[in-house]
Design a protein around this ligand. Structure first.
Ligand SMILES: Cc1cc2nc3c(=O)[nH]c(=O)nc-3n(C[C@H](O)[C@H](O)[C@H](O)COP(=O)(O)OP(=O)(O)OC[C@H]3O[C@@H](n4cnc5c(N)ncnc54)[C@H](O)[C@@H]3O)c2cc1C
Length: 476
């Protein structure tokens, strides 16, 4: 019976997994995961996502075992691990999902070379995104750089196939090769357990991803979360977005499954699909402009005289900027491994504009601390807040951190949830403690500069400094 190695990498699911589906139809299946951060170039998986993976892998292995299969893990370079596994299993084929990151593309090419040398069959399936970035292009044959025409073209020209069901059986080899799963889980589990708080907010794994999707599209009262999405998604103080991003980032649910679940004509559904299209746009840009993970898409933005101010960067990372709404967001990230999209825009804009610190520092911090770290989305997000990317906001748009709080967290619920030292203040004072009467501060036990920091910049002066620095991006 033919035997296929199915390689898993940020696609930890059984449903809508084309490589697994087709391998099971072909014969014996050996599910494999190779862990070798050296194969991931400049972006080896960050700490928060590794903690997520430590939870997700044993669950994934358990679902495979329930079906008489296993997950075979090898902790060594891909080529070496594959050579061992081919010898140990006698496999004659290798199936996996196409990758889009620069390191992933190199790895795909290296695996194809390796398979050719060994004379084994390969098939590389699409399944991480909805469109083919090599096929979708403008009338002039160029990659898209503007979101709206990109989204329209994708919807018009891309037939998104319905998700595949999970294979009915997973034919197992007569003997299983050794697996290093336990060693990997030990290595991925943080020590000390700084991730403990994450698991109040999240349950990793495919079952939980599908349950979250189901809860989002199912009616709660007269409207589903999806239908309420339009009204609620911009409010960090509400549970208004899907929170599927960590599951999507590790492929615990497929993008096709989410896309099909979100069909329908309500405004909320359309808005939600538009966000999924931002994800597609991010992958489109990453594919065509791989250097944008570290370089601005618009070259003139390399001229910005970024500051070197490690203390300010540190205060930003720790949520000690003295701006309560921003500090709440930065501490939400630290406590739960996730941050609301509106808050990402506010803290990102504050880093690059008010603090005039390089966006690359912010992108690295997010990469390390987000459970949903995704190289395409993170790159797009940081280029967008900087103004240096495709279809970004104009450079002179500088979000005011106080107004952001008033607008998106008007009752200070989000702020007070993550900044406990301001909990006893009235909401309007919690958003701007510097304006609170001394008496109100005293009664709430707040001493600015002691129990909660003073603002690290003067907003008006910082805005002027940013605008002056950004002048340099103007082309002569
Ligand atoms: C500076 C910055 C950095 C970011 N880094 C990441 C990242 O590393 N990983 C990540 O998945 N998202 C990132 N985003 C995008 C966005 O903030 C998250 O996708 C979103 O907050 C996830 O929450 P959700 O699943 O509830 O989203 P929902 O609003 O429910 O959206 C559903 C899905 O659509 C996609 N999506 C939504 N908004 C965006 C967007 N603006 N760009 C691209 N895709 C989007 C995501 O896959 C998301 O899970 C970043 C945004 C900014 C401004």
């Amino acid at each position: 019976m033919p035997t296929t190695l199915v390689l898993f990498d940020r696609d930890l699911r059984l449903c809508d997994h084309a490589p697994l589906h087709h391998a099971a139809a072909r014969g014996t299946v050996v599910p494999v995961l190779i862990w070798w951060p050296g194969d991931e170039g400049n972006w080896p998986m960050g700490a928060a996502q590794r903690a997520w993976l430590a939870q997700s892998l044993p669950r994934f292995e358990a679902t495979l075992r329930e079906r008489g299969s296993r997950l075979i893990v090898r902790n060594r370079p891909t080529r070496e691990a594959l050579a061992e596994l081919l010898d140990e299993t006698g496999a004659d084929a290798l199936y996996w999902h196409r990758r889009y990151t620069p390191a992933g593309r190199s790895l795909d090419a290296a695996m194809l070379d390796f398979a050719r040398e060994r004379g084994i069959e390969t098939e590389v399936f699409d399944g991480r995104i909805l469109h083919d970035p090599t096929a979708l292009c403008t009338g002039a044959g160029e990659p898209y750089k503007v979101y709206t025409p990109f989204g329209k073209a994708l919807v018009q020209h891309t037939e998104v196939p319905p998700p595949l069901s999970q294979p009915k059986t997973l034919p197992a080899p007569k003997a299983w090769p050794a697996s290093e799963l336990n060693a990997l889980v030990d290595a991925l589990t943080p020590s000390p357990r700084w991730d403990a708080g994450f698991w109040d907010a999240w349950t990793p794994g495919e079952d939980s991803a599908l349950a979250r999707l189901d809860a989002f599209v199912r009616a709660d009262g007269d409207r589903t979360g999806l239908d309420r999405y339009d009204d609620e998604r911009d409010r960090p103080d509400r549970d208004g977005s899907s929170r599927l991003s960590p599951h999507l980032a590790l492929g615990e649910v497929s993008i096709r499954t989410v896309w099909h679940a979100a069909q329908g004509s309500s405004t909320g559904r359309t808005k939600f699909r538009n966000e999924l299209l931002w994800r597609e746009f991010a992958y489109h840009l990453l594919w065509h402009f791989p250097s944008t993970t570290t370089e601005p898409l618009k070259p003139s933005f390399a001229r910005i005289p970024w500051r070197d101010a490690p203390n300010d960067l540190d205060a930003w990372k720790r949520g000690q900027t003295g701006f309560p709404y921003l500090d709440a967001a930065l501490r939400q990230l630290w406590a739960t491994g996730w941050m609301h999209n509106r808050a990402r825009m506010a803290v990102g804009g504050f880093l690059v504009k008010h603090l005039l610190l390089p966006w690359q520092d912010g992108a690295r911090w997010f990469w390390d601390t987000l459970v949903d770290a995704d190289l395409a989305n993170n790159t797009l997000g940081w280029q967008w807040v900087t103004g240096s990317g495709a279809d970004a906001a104009p450079y002179f748009r500088v979000l005011n951190p106080m107004l952001q709080g008033e607008k998106f967290d008007p009752d200070a619920r989000y702020t007070q949830a993550f900044v406990p030292e301001l909990r006893r203040l009235a909401p309007k004072h919690a958003l701007a403690p510097w304006d609170a009467p001394p008496d109100a501060l005293r009664r709430a036990g707040v001493a600015l500069g002691q129990t909660y920091p003073h603002r690290i910049v003067d907003v008006a002066a910082a805005r002027q400094r940013a605008l002056a620095a950004y002048e340099r991006t103007k082309t002569a």
